[in-house]
Design a protein around this ligand. Structure first.
Ligand SMILES: Cc1ncc(COP(=O)(O)O)c(C=O)c1O
Length: 350
C-alpha cells in the first residue's frame, strides 16, 4: 500500500516547519502586534494589505472545494502550478541521487525544476499520436524514480493522454504520479480528481491561469490525499499566496457562472481554426486539441515564425521539440485575432 511517508525525504520528515505569527495565534484580539506589520495602515487602496495573508487560504479553499468535488484538506494552492511542480520534486527527490520521469514533448518546467533541484529527468518519447508507449516504461523506471509527470491535455501537443495508460501507471508505479491538467477545462473528459480516492499516489494539478483568465495572479492548485497536502504545506513558503491574489480569486469564483460561456467561446474559436487552418497552403497538419491552443505543422516553422512576427503576430515555435519538427503552437485568440491570423498566413508567399 502506498504511503507518502515512505518516499518523503528524511530531512523533510525530521524538519520543524517555519511557524508564522498567524500559525501561533489564530483567535480574535483587539491589538495585533505579533507580526511586525504596519499597524498604521497601508499605502495601497485596500487597507487590509498591511496584514500578512492567511497562510493556508481557508476561504479560497472552501470555495474551490465544491467546484472541484474535493474537500478543502485535499487542496494545495501554489504561486502558480509551477510552484507545486517544484515543491513536489523537493518533497520526494533527494538532490544528486533521485529521478523523475516525463513523456516528451511536454511542458518545460518539469525539466527546469528537476535541474534546479539536481534531480535527473528521464524522458520517454510519446508515439506519433503523442500517446504513451507502455513498452518503453520498464527500462526507464528505476528504484530511485520518485515521480512520473503526465501532462493531459499535453502541452505543446494539445491531446489528452490515453486513460488506460494513465491507469496502468497509477496502478504499477510505486512513487507519485502527477497529472498536470492545466488545460482540463477545455477538454471533454472528466478530471482525474474524480479518481483521487482510488489512487493514494495520485496528485492532480490545475491552474487559474488558463480557463479562468488569471495568469497574472499566479494561482495554481494541486489535489491529492490530505497526507500529501500536509507535507506540501509543511515545506511551502509561509505566505505563498498573496492577499491580492486571494481576494481577486474569490471575486472570480463568485462569478464562476461566466466560466462556461468563456470556455465555450474559446472552444468555438478552436473549431474555427481547426476548420480553416488546413485550407491555408503553408499548413501541413493541424493536430487534434483538447486545450486552448493548437499544434500546427507548417512548411517551414522558422520562416513562418519570423514572417508572423513581422506582421505583429507572436506564436510559439516548437520546431526543436521532439516529434514537433516544423511545428508552431498557436494559442486560441479572439475571433478578430483568429481571422487576422488566417488572413496573414494566407498571404505568405515564402
Ligand atoms: C502544462 C502546464 N502546466 C503548468 C503551467 C503553468 O501554470 P501556472 O501559470 O499555474 O504556473 C503551464 C503554463 O503554460 C502549462 O502549460
Amino acid at each position: 500500500m502506498f504511503d507518502i511517508k515512505n518516499i518523503v525525504r528524511a530531512n523533510i520528515l525530521a524538519m520543524k516547519p517555519y511557524s508564522s505569527a498567524r500559525d501561533e495565534f489564530k483567535g480574535e484580539a483587539s491589538i495585533f502586534i505579533d507580526a511586525n506589520e504596519n499597524n498604521l495602515g497601508s499605502l495601497a487602496a485596500d487597507q487590509s494589505f498591511n496584514r500578512y495573508p492567511d497562510p493556508y487560504q481557508h476561504k479560497l479553499k472552501e470555495k474551490i472545494a465544491p467546484i472541484k468535488g474535493v474537500s478543502p484538506d485535499q487542496i494545495f494552492l501554489g504561486n502558480g502550478s509551477d510552484e507545486a511542480i517544484d515543491l513536489l520534486i523537493r518533497l520526494v527527490c533527494k538532490p544528486g541521487s533521485d529521478e523523475i520521469l516525463t513523456f516528451s514533448p511536454t511542458y518545460g518546467m518539469y525539466d527546469v525544476s528537476a535541474n534546479l533541484n539536481d534531480v535527473v529527468l528521464r524522458q520517454i518519447s510519446l508515439d506519433q499520436n503523442f500517446q504513451i508507449q507502455r513498452n518503453k516504461l520498464q527500462g526507464q523506471i528505476r528504484t530511485n524514480t520518485k515521480i512520473i509527470f503526465l501532462c493531459s491535455p499535453n502541452n505543446p501537443t494539445g491531446n489528452l493522454l490515453d486513460s488506460d495508460s494513465i491507469s496502468y501507471i497509477l496502478e504499477n508505479f510505486k512513487g507519485l504520479v502527477v497529472i498536470d491538467e492545466a488545460y482540463i477545462d477545455f477538454a471533454e473528459q472528466p478530471s482525474w480528481t474524480t479518481r483521487l480516492a482510488e489512487f493514494p499516489n495520485l496528485v492532480v494539478m490545475q491552474t487559474f491561469s488558463k480557463a479562468w483568465g488569471l495568469a497574472a495572479l499566479r494561482l495554481g492548485m494541486a489535489f491529492a490525499s490530505p497526507a500529501i497536502i500536509n507535507y506540501l504545506n509543511k515545506i511551502k513558503p509561509p505566505y505563498n499566496i498573496n492577499q491580492a491574489t486571494q481576494l481577486l480569486a474569490l471575486e472570480a469564483i463568485n462569478q464562476s457562472e461566466k466560466l462556461g460561456g468563456m470556455v465555450a467561446e474559446i472552444k468555438n474559436e478552436r473549431f474555427y481554426l481547426q476548420a480553416n487552418l488546413p485550407k491555408v497552403p503553408v499548413v501541413k497538419k493541424v493536430y487534434p486539441s483538447a486545450a486552448n491552443f493548437l499544434l500546427v505543422e507548417v512548411t517551414d516553422a522558422n520562416k513562418i515564425y519570423e514572417y508572423l512576427l513581422s506582421n505583429g503576430i507572436v506564436v510559439r515555435n516548437r520546431t526543436t521539440q521532439p516529434g514537433c519538427f516544423n511545428c508552431l503552437r498557436l494559442s486560441i485568440g479572439t475571433s478578430i485575432e483568429n481571422k487576422e491570423l488566417i488572413q496573414v498566413l494566407e498571404a505568405y508567399s515564402g
